[in-house]
Write a protein of this length. Sequence first.
Length: 308
Amino acid sequence: YLARKFFSLWAKKTFGQVFPFKARGFYDQKILKKIFGEWKEQWTVCRERKLSLRADNHYRHLLLKLIFKAWRTYVCQQQGKRNKYYIAESHAKKQTMLRTWQHWLVYVDVQRTKRGMQSVAVAFGERSCLRISWAMWRRQHYQKCSGHKMNILALQHWAQSLQFRAWLQWQELYLYTQNEKQKDTRAVTHHQHWELRRCMGAWLGYLNLNRVKKRQNELAQEFHRSRTLRRCFSDWQLSWECRRRMHAHQRDLEKQAARIALWRVFAHWKHYVVLCVEEAWQCDLAEKHYKCHLLLLQKFWNRWKSRL
C-alpha cells in the first residue's frame, strides 16, 4: 500500500495529470483516427470510380439508343420513299395506258368514219362518170386525211412530252424534299450529340470541383486539429513549467539529484509526445521510441526504488 501510494505521488509529480496509460491511449486513438481517415479516402476514391464507370456506361447506352433510333427512322424513310416511288411509277404507267387506250379508241372511230366515207365515195365514183372530178376529190381527201393524221400524231407527241416533263419536275421536287428532310434529321441528331457532350463535360467538371473542395476541407480540418493540439500542448507546458518552478523553490538540496533525473525523464517523455503529435504516421519509429522510453522509465524506477 505504501509502495502504491509513493508511486502515485511520484507519477503525479513526474507526469502531472497525464499518466503513461493515458498517453498510450491517446497515441492509439490518434493512430486509429489516421487509419480511419486513410480508409475513408480510399473508399471515397473507389466510390467515385464506380460512379464514373456507371456514367460512362449510361452515356454509351444512351448513344447506342440514339443511333438505333436514327437508324430505324432512316430505314422507315427509305421504305416510305420506295413505296411512294413504286406507287408513282404504277400511277404513271396506268395514266399512260389510259391515254393510249383513249387515243386508240378515237383512232378506231376515225378509221370507221373514214372507211364509211370511202365506201360512200367509191359508190359515188362508180355511179359518177366524171373520173377527173373523182380523182381530184380523192386527192384532196387523201391530203386532208394525211394532214389530220399528222395533227393527231403531233398532239399525241406534245401530250407525251408534256407528261414526261411534268414527271421529271415532280421527281426533282420529291428528291429535293427528301434531301431537306435528311439534312434536318442530321442537324437535330448533331445538336442532340453536342448537348450530351456539353452536359457530360459540365458534370465531370462539377465532380472534379467537389473533389477539390472536399480535399481542401479535409486539409483545413487537419491543420485546425494539429494547431489546436499544439496550442493545448503549449498551454499545458507553460502551466507545468509554472508549477515546477513553484515546487522547485520548496524542495531541499538533498533531492537535487532526483530532480535532475526526473527532469531528464520528463524531457524524454515530452520529446516522445511531440513526435507522436507531429509524426503520427511514422508508426515504427514511434513504437521503437516508446519501447526505449519504457526501458528508461524502468531503469529510473529501479534506481528510485533502490534509493528509497
